[in-house]
Ligand binder design. Structure first.
Ligand SMILES: [Zn+2]
Length: 409
């Protein structure tokens, strides 16, 4: 089992200077290695139908890859001695990040999603570095012993559970200070392999929407927390204040920092809300069914203005990871027509987005629109077709079953 704990750091001014120096050097290294890979591409790519007949052939170079770039770090350290200050494994991890960014550009991950072309990082945009290995006893009495940085104070707001070993350590800069993220592994707990089969009894369908955060197939609803609106207001005031300042001035910088802090505050609150909601849902049912959301597609529609859109993806990944850890399950179902189909008789009832009740002319049922969708989602996960159950041959609720897996953040 793999999990992550994050603590706030209280580095002294020398340590902050070291961390900032490392981040800047790593940023340059990252950009250089990215440039190395890009230039190989531009030199060696030529459309077949556009290859000039006479062409100077540049000396062939090997395609820079993870290993060659890692070997080349010796030369970097030779030319720029300041790189010797950085812990060697941290520096190697920077090369690994280049590799990952490049790989994700060409190859899709297990969810079939590709990332865009890697980008060079501007000043201040390289925000974290990782020790891929660390001594087991690096944490003692509210201090973490980081190689080449020294003992840094940390606020251990919760202890690391017994039996967990620290695998990697990541130091990151955020709007309100520095944080350490420990990736922990527990070998004594084997990954749960019990497979829960969704049934009508143990499954809960959820429909996520703009009016309510979600509505369950039992008719319960979780409202959108109020703080979203108040913190949005505060953000707006800050943005207004920012627009009145001269860009680059001291006062401008002060407001920029306040904006970043406010964003972090909202994000922290949202995450907390997501964790609590996920806990509550998982205490109610063994299997949670939700729509297979195309977040990227949603972002292009008018729904993107919604203050929720950023939240759904995070909520679903938290829910999925939590479910896996406790041997429960989440199922993503085909979202097509979940709000149009009748959950009682299966016939399609067209309705506008503004129509809040589902009233079926075929069977006479009249229920809340979101509840109707949640029940449809549940039925699809279970593979229970309304019509099949009623002895008809038409199968509208063919379940599109697919385990929803998002790697832990
Ligand atoms: Zn009906």
């Amino acid at each position: 089992m793999r999990t992550a704990y994050q603590y706030k750091l209280r580095p002294n001014s020398d340590q902050i200077a070291t961390i900032e120096l490392w981040l800047e050097l790593l940023r340059r290294q990252y950009n250089y290695r990215l440039g190395e890979r890009f230039s190989w591409w531009s030199e060696n790519l030529c459309p077949v139908n556009a290859c000039p007949l006479v062409m100077p052939i540049p000396p062939l170079r090997d395609n820079p890859d993870y290993y060659s770039q890692k070997r080349d770090l010796v030369n970097t350290k030779d030319k720029f001695s300041e790189y010797k200050l950085i812990h060697s494994q941290v520096l190697q991890d920077c090369i690994k990040r280049v590799k990952l960014a490049f790989d994700r550009w060409f190859k899709a991950d297990k969810n079939g999603q590709k990332l865009g072309k890697p980008r060079f990082k501007g000043i201040g945009r390289y925000r974290s570095f990782t020790y891929p290995q660390i001594k087991l006893d690096c944490i003692e009495e509210n201090q973490i012993n980081l190689p080449k940085i020294g003992k840094v104070k940390l606020i251990q707001h919760r202890p690391i559970p017994e039996g967990l070993t620290i695998k990697t350590v990541t130091i990151s800069r955020k709007a309100d200070g520095y944080y350490v993220t420990l990736s922990l592994e527990d070998k004594s707990v084997p990954a749960l392999t019990t497979i829960v089969e969704p049934t009508l009894e143990n499954t809960l369908g959820i429909d996520m929407g703009l009016k309510e955060f979600l509505v369950t197939s039992e008719g319960e609803s979780v409202p959108i927390p109020q703080y979203y609106r108040s913190s949005q207001k505060r953000l707006k005031t800050l943005q207004k204040r920012l627009s009145r300042k001269k860009k680059g001035s001291k006062r401008w910088l002060k407001v920029v920092k306040a904006v970043a802090k406010q964003h972090k505050k909202v994000a922290d609150k949202r995450k907390d809300f997501h964790f609590k909601t996920a806990d509550e849902l998982l205490s109610k049912a063994e299997v949670i069914a939700h729509e297979n959301l195309n977040i990227k597609g949603l972002a292009k529609t008018r729904l993107s203005k919604s203050i929720n859109d950023a939240g759904w993806g995070q909520f679903l990944s938290i829910l999925t990871v939590k479910a896996e850890n406790t041997g429960q399950k989440t199922i993503a179902v085909n979202p097509k027509n979940t709000s149009q189909d009748c959950s009682n008789c299966g016939k399609k009832v067209d309705k506008e987005l503004s129509q809040r009740t589902h009233s079926c002319p075929h069977c006479g049922i009249a229920i809340d629109r979101d509840l109707n969708a949640a029940i449809n989602i549940k039925n699809r996960a279970v593979g229970h077709s309304v019509l099949k159950a009623r002895g008809s041959r038409r199968n509208t609720g063919a379940a599109n079953r697919e385990a929803h897996t998002i790697a832990p953040a």
